[in-house]
Design a protein around this ligand. Structure first.
Ligand SMILES: C[S@@+](CC[C@H](N)C(=O)[O-])C[C@H]1O[C@@H](n2cnc3c(N)ncnc32)[C@H](O)[C@@H]1O
Length: 318
Protein backbone atom coordinates (compact mmCIF):
# COMPACT_ATOMS: atom_id res chain seq x y z
CA UNK A 1 0.00 0.00 0.00
CA UNK A 2 1.39 3.44 -0.95
CA UNK A 3 1.67 6.13 1.73
CA UNK A 4 -1.57 8.11 1.93
CA UNK A 5 0.14 11.48 2.50
CA UNK A 6 2.69 13.22 0.35
CA UNK A 7 6.25 12.53 1.48
CA UNK A 8 8.13 15.20 3.41
CA UNK A 9 11.79 15.61 4.41
CA UNK A 10 10.81 14.64 7.96
CA UNK A 11 10.03 11.09 6.78
CA UNK A 12 13.69 10.08 6.83
CA UNK A 13 16.73 12.15 7.81
CA UNK A 14 19.63 11.17 5.55
CA UNK A 15 22.71 10.10 7.50
CA UNK A 16 26.21 11.46 6.78
CA UNK A 17 24.76 13.45 3.87
CA UNK A 18 27.62 15.98 3.49
CA UNK A 19 30.21 13.23 3.74
CA UNK A 20 28.45 11.10 1.09
CA UNK A 21 28.21 14.10 -1.23
CA UNK A 22 31.90 14.92 -0.77
CA UNK A 23 32.91 11.28 -1.34
CA UNK A 24 30.80 10.60 -4.42
CA UNK A 25 31.11 14.14 -5.86
CA UNK A 26 29.02 13.52 -8.98
CA UNK A 27 29.73 15.71 -11.98
CA UNK A 28 27.37 16.75 -14.82
CA UNK A 29 26.97 13.93 -17.35
CA UNK A 30 27.76 11.14 -14.88
CA UNK A 31 25.62 8.15 -13.89
CA UNK A 32 24.75 7.79 -10.21
CA UNK A 33 23.27 4.61 -8.73
CA UNK A 34 21.46 4.90 -5.38
CA UNK A 35 20.97 1.26 -4.33
CA UNK A 36 18.88 2.18 -1.26
CA UNK A 37 16.64 5.02 -2.41
CA UNK A 38 14.37 5.23 0.68
CA UNK A 39 12.92 8.74 0.93
CA UNK A 40 15.44 9.90 -1.67
CA UNK A 41 17.32 12.30 0.62
CA UNK A 42 20.77 11.27 -0.62
CA UNK A 43 19.52 10.98 -4.22
CA UNK A 44 18.17 14.52 -4.04
CA UNK A 45 21.58 15.93 -3.09
CA UNK A 46 23.47 13.77 -5.61
CA UNK A 47 21.03 14.54 -8.45
CA UNK A 48 21.37 18.29 -7.81
CA UNK A 49 25.11 17.99 -8.54
CA UNK A 50 24.38 16.55 -11.99
CA UNK A 51 22.96 19.98 -12.93
CA UNK A 52 20.50 18.63 -15.47
CA UNK A 53 23.06 16.47 -17.30
CA UNK A 54 23.38 12.91 -16.16
CA UNK A 55 21.46 9.89 -14.99
CA UNK A 56 20.10 8.65 -11.67
CA UNK A 57 19.35 4.96 -11.26
CA UNK A 58 17.42 4.43 -8.03
CA UNK A 59 16.88 0.98 -6.53
CA UNK A 60 14.70 -0.10 -3.61
CA UNK A 61 13.06 -3.38 -2.68
CA UNK A 62 10.23 -1.43 -1.02
CA UNK A 63 7.64 -0.28 -3.59
CA UNK A 64 6.25 2.38 -1.20
CA UNK A 65 9.24 4.63 -2.07
CA UNK A 66 7.64 5.47 -5.41
CA UNK A 67 6.07 8.85 -4.43
CA UNK A 68 9.46 9.93 -3.06
CA UNK A 69 11.08 8.99 -6.37
CA UNK A 70 8.44 10.88 -8.35
CA UNK A 71 9.21 14.01 -6.35
CA UNK A 72 12.97 13.72 -7.09
CA UNK A 73 12.31 13.03 -10.78
CA UNK A 74 10.12 16.14 -11.07
CA UNK A 75 12.61 18.33 -9.17
CA UNK A 76 15.71 17.52 -11.23
CA UNK A 77 15.73 17.62 -15.01
CA UNK A 78 17.78 14.46 -15.39
CA UNK A 79 17.15 10.98 -16.71
CA UNK A 80 15.96 8.96 -13.74
CA UNK A 81 14.72 5.38 -13.29
CA UNK A 82 13.40 3.57 -10.25
CA UNK A 83 14.05 -0.17 -10.21
CA UNK A 84 12.12 -2.26 -7.73
CA UNK A 85 14.11 -5.18 -6.39
CA UNK A 86 16.87 -6.49 -4.18
CA UNK A 87 19.97 -4.44 -4.96
CA UNK A 88 22.42 -7.32 -5.41
CA UNK A 89 20.16 -8.86 -8.09
CA UNK A 90 19.46 -5.53 -9.79
CA UNK A 91 23.14 -4.49 -9.81
CA UNK A 92 24.17 -7.85 -11.29
CA UNK A 93 21.52 -7.50 -14.04
CA UNK A 94 22.62 -3.93 -14.81
CA UNK A 95 26.28 -4.98 -14.93
CA UNK A 96 25.42 -7.93 -17.23
CA UNK A 97 23.60 -5.53 -19.52
CA UNK A 98 26.70 -3.36 -19.80
CA UNK A 99 25.36 -0.45 -17.70
CA UNK A 100 28.25 1.44 -16.09
CA UNK A 101 28.25 3.90 -13.18
CA UNK A 102 30.43 6.73 -11.90
CA UNK A 103 29.09 6.75 -8.34
CA UNK A 104 27.30 4.07 -6.33
CA UNK A 105 25.72 4.52 -2.89
CA UNK A 106 24.44 1.91 -0.43
CA UNK A 107 22.82 3.29 2.73
CA UNK A 108 22.05 -0.03 4.38
CA UNK A 109 19.28 -1.12 6.72
CA UNK A 110 15.73 0.14 7.13
CA UNK A 111 14.33 3.63 6.65
CA UNK A 112 12.52 5.67 9.28
CA UNK A 113 9.34 5.23 7.24
CA UNK A 114 9.64 1.46 7.54
CA UNK A 115 10.45 1.59 11.26
CA UNK A 116 7.80 4.15 12.11
CA UNK A 117 4.87 2.64 10.18
CA UNK A 118 3.38 0.18 12.66
CA UNK A 119 1.74 -1.96 9.97
CA UNK A 120 5.21 -2.95 8.65
CA UNK A 121 5.84 -4.85 11.89
CA UNK A 122 9.43 -3.63 12.46
CA UNK A 123 8.70 -1.97 15.79
CA UNK A 124 8.55 -3.55 19.23
CA UNK A 125 6.87 -0.37 20.52
CA UNK A 126 3.42 -0.99 18.97
CA UNK A 127 1.35 -4.11 18.47
CA UNK A 128 1.14 -4.99 14.75
CA UNK A 129 1.42 -7.99 12.41
CA UNK A 130 4.81 -9.70 12.85
CA UNK A 131 6.05 -8.90 9.34
CA UNK A 132 9.38 -6.99 8.92
CA UNK A 133 9.67 -7.54 5.16
CA UNK A 134 11.27 -4.55 3.40
CA UNK A 135 9.64 -5.92 0.24
CA UNK A 136 6.02 -6.74 1.13
CA UNK A 137 5.89 -9.24 -1.74
CA UNK A 138 8.79 -11.31 -0.37
CA UNK A 139 7.84 -14.81 0.76
CA UNK A 140 9.09 -15.03 4.32
CA UNK A 141 7.79 -12.85 7.17
CA UNK A 142 9.18 -12.54 10.69
CA UNK A 143 6.19 -14.64 11.85
CA UNK A 144 7.35 -17.46 9.51
CA UNK A 145 10.86 -17.33 10.97
CA UNK A 146 9.58 -17.28 14.56
CA UNK A 147 7.04 -20.08 13.98
CA UNK A 148 9.13 -22.39 11.78
CA UNK A 149 12.80 -22.15 12.78
CA UNK A 150 14.09 -24.78 15.21
CA UNK A 151 15.10 -23.71 18.70
CA UNK A 152 18.90 -23.92 18.25
CA UNK A 153 18.85 -22.00 15.00
CA UNK A 154 16.56 -19.33 16.49
CA UNK A 155 18.95 -18.85 19.39
CA UNK A 156 21.82 -18.65 16.86
CA UNK A 157 20.03 -15.87 14.94
CA UNK A 158 19.49 -13.89 18.15
CA UNK A 159 23.17 -14.24 19.11
CA UNK A 160 24.66 -13.61 15.65
CA UNK A 161 22.58 -10.65 14.56
CA UNK A 162 21.43 -9.23 17.89
CA UNK A 163 24.19 -10.21 20.38
CA UNK A 164 21.28 -11.18 22.67
CA UNK A 165 22.54 -12.42 26.02
CA UNK A 166 19.39 -14.42 26.79
CA UNK A 167 19.10 -15.93 23.31
CA UNK A 168 18.68 -19.54 24.51
CA UNK A 169 16.04 -18.69 27.09
CA UNK A 170 14.09 -16.59 24.58
CA UNK A 171 14.27 -19.27 21.86
CA UNK A 172 13.05 -21.90 24.36
CA UNK A 173 10.13 -19.70 25.46
CA UNK A 174 9.18 -19.03 21.82
CA UNK A 175 9.10 -22.73 20.95
CA UNK A 176 7.07 -23.55 24.07
CA UNK A 177 4.47 -20.89 23.25
CA UNK A 178 4.18 -21.57 19.53
CA UNK A 179 3.38 -25.26 20.19
CA UNK A 180 0.00 -24.02 21.50
CA UNK A 181 -0.43 -20.80 19.58
CA UNK A 182 1.61 -19.53 16.61
CA UNK A 183 3.01 -16.00 16.75
CA UNK A 184 1.11 -13.55 14.57
CA UNK A 185 1.70 -10.17 16.22
CA UNK A 186 4.68 -8.17 17.46
CA UNK A 187 2.97 -7.73 20.85
CA UNK A 188 2.88 -11.52 21.44
CA UNK A 189 6.60 -11.75 20.76
CA UNK A 190 7.43 -8.79 23.03
CA UNK A 191 5.44 -10.39 25.89
CA UNK A 192 7.21 -13.74 25.40
CA UNK A 193 10.65 -12.08 25.38
CA UNK A 194 9.87 -10.10 28.54
CA UNK A 195 8.66 -13.22 30.34
CA UNK A 196 11.74 -15.25 29.27
CA UNK A 197 14.45 -12.94 30.64
CA UNK A 198 15.36 -12.27 34.29
CA UNK A 199 13.37 -9.42 35.87
CA UNK A 200 16.32 -6.97 36.20
CA UNK A 201 17.09 -7.34 32.45
CA UNK A 202 13.54 -6.17 31.66
CA UNK A 203 14.39 -2.78 33.09
CA UNK A 204 18.00 -2.55 31.83
CA UNK A 205 19.37 -0.38 29.04
CA UNK A 206 17.04 -0.11 26.06
CA UNK A 207 13.89 -2.09 25.32
CA UNK A 208 14.19 -5.80 26.22
CA UNK A 209 12.96 -6.82 22.73
CA UNK A 210 15.29 -4.49 20.79
CA UNK A 211 18.04 -7.01 20.02
CA UNK A 212 15.69 -9.86 19.04
CA UNK A 213 13.74 -7.55 16.72
CA UNK A 214 16.97 -6.36 15.08
CA UNK A 215 18.15 -9.96 14.62
CA UNK A 216 14.84 -11.05 13.06
CA UNK A 217 14.84 -8.09 10.69
CA UNK A 218 18.35 -8.94 9.47
CA UNK A 219 17.39 -12.61 9.01
CA UNK A 220 14.03 -11.96 7.27
CA UNK A 221 15.64 -9.59 4.76
CA UNK A 222 18.94 -11.52 4.37
CA UNK A 223 20.63 -8.17 4.93
CA UNK A 224 24.17 -9.49 5.25
CA UNK A 225 23.86 -11.86 2.26
CA UNK A 226 22.61 -8.95 0.13
CA UNK A 227 25.67 -6.84 0.93
CA UNK A 228 28.07 -9.75 0.31
CA UNK A 229 26.57 -10.34 -3.13
CA UNK A 230 26.13 -6.67 -4.04
CA UNK A 231 29.70 -5.45 -3.51
CA UNK A 232 31.30 -7.44 -6.38
CA UNK A 233 28.41 -6.46 -8.68
CA UNK A 234 28.89 -2.79 -7.76
CA UNK A 235 32.60 -3.07 -8.46
CA UNK A 236 31.89 -4.56 -11.89
CA UNK A 237 29.50 -1.70 -12.71
CA UNK A 238 31.91 1.06 -11.72
CA UNK A 239 33.95 2.80 -14.40
CA UNK A 240 37.65 3.37 -13.65
CA UNK A 241 37.76 6.37 -11.31
CA UNK A 242 34.20 5.56 -10.17
CA UNK A 243 33.35 5.99 -6.48
CA UNK A 244 31.63 3.58 -4.10
CA UNK A 245 30.17 4.70 -0.74
CA UNK A 246 28.59 2.31 1.77
CA UNK A 247 26.92 3.35 5.04
CA UNK A 248 26.36 0.50 7.49
CA UNK A 249 24.69 0.51 10.88
CA UNK A 250 25.73 -2.89 12.20
CA UNK A 251 29.26 -4.11 12.97
CA UNK A 252 28.76 -7.32 10.94
CA UNK A 253 27.75 -5.29 7.87
CA UNK A 254 30.68 -2.93 8.31
CA UNK A 255 33.04 -5.90 8.62
CA UNK A 256 31.81 -7.33 5.30
CA UNK A 257 32.43 -3.98 3.59
CA UNK A 258 35.82 -3.48 5.24
CA UNK A 259 37.03 -6.98 4.31
CA UNK A 260 35.82 -6.59 0.73
CA UNK A 261 37.74 -3.32 0.36
CA UNK A 262 40.87 -4.85 1.89
CA UNK A 263 40.68 -7.84 -0.48
CA UNK A 264 40.23 -5.63 -3.52
CA UNK A 265 43.05 -3.35 -2.42
CA UNK A 266 45.39 -6.32 -1.99
CA UNK A 267 44.29 -8.54 -4.79
CA UNK A 268 47.37 -10.76 -4.55
CA UNK A 269 46.46 -14.46 -4.53
CA UNK A 270 49.97 -15.75 -3.73
CA UNK A 271 50.38 -17.99 -0.66
CA UNK A 272 51.22 -15.86 2.42
CA UNK A 273 54.75 -17.35 2.69
CA UNK A 274 55.79 -16.08 -0.82
CA UNK A 275 58.51 -13.45 -0.29
CA UNK A 276 57.36 -11.39 -3.32
CA UNK A 277 54.17 -11.32 -5.36
CA UNK A 278 54.27 -13.75 -8.27
CA UNK A 279 50.60 -13.76 -9.35
CA UNK A 280 50.62 -10.33 -10.93
CA UNK A 281 47.08 -9.48 -9.71
CA UNK A 282 46.41 -5.80 -9.41
CA UNK A 283 44.34 -3.84 -6.91
CA UNK A 284 40.89 -2.90 -8.18
CA UNK A 285 39.82 -0.48 -5.41
CA UNK A 286 41.48 2.10 -3.21
CA UNK A 287 39.79 2.95 0.10
CA UNK A 288 39.70 6.72 0.67
CA UNK A 289 40.14 7.36 3.54
CA UNK A 290 41.33 4.03 4.90
CA UNK A 291 39.21 4.23 8.04
CA UNK A 292 35.44 4.43 8.30
CA UNK A 293 33.92 7.92 8.53
CA UNK A 294 31.64 8.42 11.54
CA UNK A 295 28.95 11.03 12.15
CA UNK A 296 29.94 14.16 14.06
CA UNK A 297 28.68 14.76 17.60
CA UNK A 298 26.43 17.49 16.17
CA UNK A 299 24.84 15.05 13.70
CA UNK A 300 24.25 12.44 16.43
CA UNK A 301 22.63 15.13 18.61
CA UNK A 302 20.38 16.16 15.70
CA UNK A 303 19.61 12.61 14.60
CA UNK A 304 20.26 9.93 17.26
CA UNK A 305 19.61 7.19 14.65
CA UNK A 306 22.92 8.15 13.01
CA UNK A 307 24.92 7.09 16.07
CA UNK A 308 26.04 3.67 14.82
CA UNK A 309 26.58 4.74 11.19
CA UNK A 310 29.93 3.99 9.48
CA UNK A 311 30.71 5.25 5.99
CA UNK A 312 33.35 3.51 3.87
CA UNK A 313 34.42 4.99 0.55
CA UNK A 314 36.56 3.56 -2.26
CA UNK A 315 37.62 4.55 -5.76
CA UNK A 316 37.96 2.05 -8.61
CA UNK A 317 41.48 2.01 -9.96
CA UNK A 318 42.78 0.86 -13.31
C1 LIG B 1 18.38 3.62 5.30
S1 LIG B 1 17.16 3.62 4.05
C2 LIG B 1 17.82 4.68 2.83
C3 LIG B 1 17.48 6.13 3.03
C4 LIG B 1 17.95 7.03 1.91
N1 LIG B 1 19.37 6.99 1.71
C5 LIG B 1 17.48 8.47 2.13
O1 LIG B 1 18.32 9.37 2.23
O2 LIG B 1 16.27 8.70 2.20
C6 LIG B 1 17.38 2.06 3.32
C7 LIG B 1 16.45 1.78 2.15
O3 LIG B 1 17.06 0.77 1.38
C8 LIG B 1 16.17 -0.26 1.11
N2 LIG B 1 16.96 -1.51 1.10
C9 LIG B 1 17.66 -2.05 2.13
N3 LIG B 1 18.28 -3.17 1.74
C10 LIG B 1 17.97 -3.35 0.43
C11 LIG B 1 18.32 -4.33 -0.55
N4 LIG B 1 19.10 -5.38 -0.24
N5 LIG B 1 17.85 -4.18 -1.80
C12 LIG B 1 17.06 -3.11 -2.13
N6 LIG B 1 16.69 -2.16 -1.25
C13 LIG B 1 17.14 -2.27 0.01
C14 LIG B 1 15.13 -0.22 2.20
O4 LIG B 1 13.89 -0.71 1.71
C15 LIG B 1 15.09 1.27 2.54
O5 LIG B 1 14.08 1.92 1.81
Amino acid sequence: MLPSVLPTEADHVSVLADEVLAALAPRPGETVVDCTFGAGGHSDLLAARLRGEGKLIAIDRDPTVEPYFERIRRTHAIKARLLHGEFSTVLAQLADNGVRADAILMDLGVSSMQLDRPERGFSYAVDAPLDMRMDPSAEETAADVVNQTDERELAGIFVRYGEERYARQIARAIVRRRDNQPFLRTGDLVETIKAAIPAPARFGEGHPAKRVFQALRIEVNDELGSVERALPAALEMLRPGGRLAVISFHSLEDRIVKQFLRREEHNCTCPPDFPVCACGSEATLRAMPRRAIRPSAAEVARNPRSQSARLRVAVKVG
